[in-house]
Design a binder for this molecule. Structure first.
Ligand SMILES: Nc1ncnc2c1ncn2[C@@H]1O[C@H](COP(=O)(O)OP(=O)(O)O)[C@@H](O)[C@H]1O
Ligand SMILES: NC(=O)OP(=O)(O)O
Length: 320
């Protein structure tokens, strides 16, 4: 029987929890990799995707700090490519180590992934995607005045630079990614939502934006015909009345139920809302498919149906 195929989207806490040094991020990824190996040990083929908000923002700042004629600053799309290479490299090392610890032989590779966006996407005139470090309101307003960059308050955590975040239209490398995974390799791709590009008669051109990694991971899951999309974040479940005394976790939820909760305003824009929207989009494509939203710790239990929030068309199908 053919192996099940899942796309696993890693949230910010899988890579960085406060400390932005290379050593700390690599350590976080080693822990993440050990948990992902559980899927492989069960005979599941995985494609790993990840966010890049903190990292791409920091790379952009490093560019600005080094700006000179001899060492010119690179644009945001190129910074996105750098973040894919950096995190992919760390993840390859981490996965190889974790596989070795379990006595599993598999090759791991990162695919630099370009994601086509629509030049006319409204997002280009309304920057919403937070990147880089947090600032006080005062600092943010001062930097905005000095540089012309946009800043917004990010979910009660402080102020961050925001950039346009267009929706993914297609993924240029999806066939290559699928071919690698079908041959049994572990693939890391659409890192940071993919490098945003537009296609014209003249060829491919990068654009100044950062795509949401949950939407890009969903698009990839559709294009490679994945059985499940697993979105890993800092919480075990999606909740209604989140952080209120009446908070209730969602377990097995249908698309219609989740749409009603969206209408009722249960999910924060910029954090949980894109995840539930991506979850619905994937589950909508086929009644056999499901999206799981949960934490790294519960990821494997969620696939086996004992944890997490499982979104499906009519009720959770069995995958593992
Ligand atoms: N209704 C909700 N249910 C669960 N978590 C929610 C909800 N609304 C907002 N959140 C917050 O959204 C966070 C996930 O978004 P975010 O941190 O942006 O994702 P990522 O893990 O991809 O970096 C959760 O850790 C939680 O704090
Ligand atoms: N590109 C992206 O969605 O990154 P984060 O998940 O880190 O915000």
């Amino acid at each position: 029987m053919k192996n099940k195929k899942v796309v696993i989207a890693l949230g910010g806490n899988a890579i960085q929890s406060g400390d932005a040094t290379a050593a700390a991020q690599q350590q976080a990824l080693e822990k993440t990799a050990r948990q992902l190996v559980d899927f492989i040990a069960q005979g599941i083929d995985i494609i790993i995707s990840h966010g890049n908000g903190p990292q791409v923002g920091n790379i952009l700042l490093q560019q600005a700090a080094a700006d000179s004629v001899k060492n010119p600053a690179m644009p945001l799309d190129t910074c996105g490519a750098m973040s894919q290479g950096m995190i992919g490299y760390w993840m390859q090392n981490a996965m190889e180590k974790a596989l070795k610890e379990r006595g599993i032989q598999k090759d791991v590779a990162t695919v630099v992934t370009r994601v086509v966006v629509d030049q006319k996407d409204q997002a280009f005139s309304n920057p919403t995607k937070p990147i880089g470090p947090f600032y006080s309101e005062e600092e943010a307003k001062r930097i905005a005045e000095e540089t012309g960059a946009s800043f917004k308050e990010d979910a009660g955590r402080g102020w961050r630079r925001v950039v346009p975040s267009p929706k993914p239209v297609s993924i240029k490398e999806h066939a290559v990614i699928n071919s690698l995974v079908e041959q049994g390799h572990i693939v890391i791709s659409v890192g940071g939502g993919g490098i945003p590009v537009i296609e014209t008669e003249a060829g491919v051109t990068g654009v100044e934006a950062v795509i949401d990694k949950d939407f890009a991971s969903e698009k990839l899951a559709e294009l490679v015909g994945a059985d499940a999309l697993i979105i890993l974040t800092a919480v075990d479940n999606v909740y209604i009345d989140f952080n209120k005394p009446t908070q209730k976790k969602l377990e097995d939820v249908t698309i219609d139920e989740l749409n009603a909760y969206i209408e009722a305003g249960h999910f924060a824009a910029g954090s949980m809302l894109p995840k539930v929207e991506a979850a619905i989009q994937f589950a909508k494509t086929n009644p056999e498919r499901k999206t799981i939203i949960t934490s790294l710790d519960q990821a494997f239990n969620a696939l086996n149906g004992t944890a997490g929030t499982v979104v499906s068309m009519h009720g959770a199908p069995v995958i593992a």
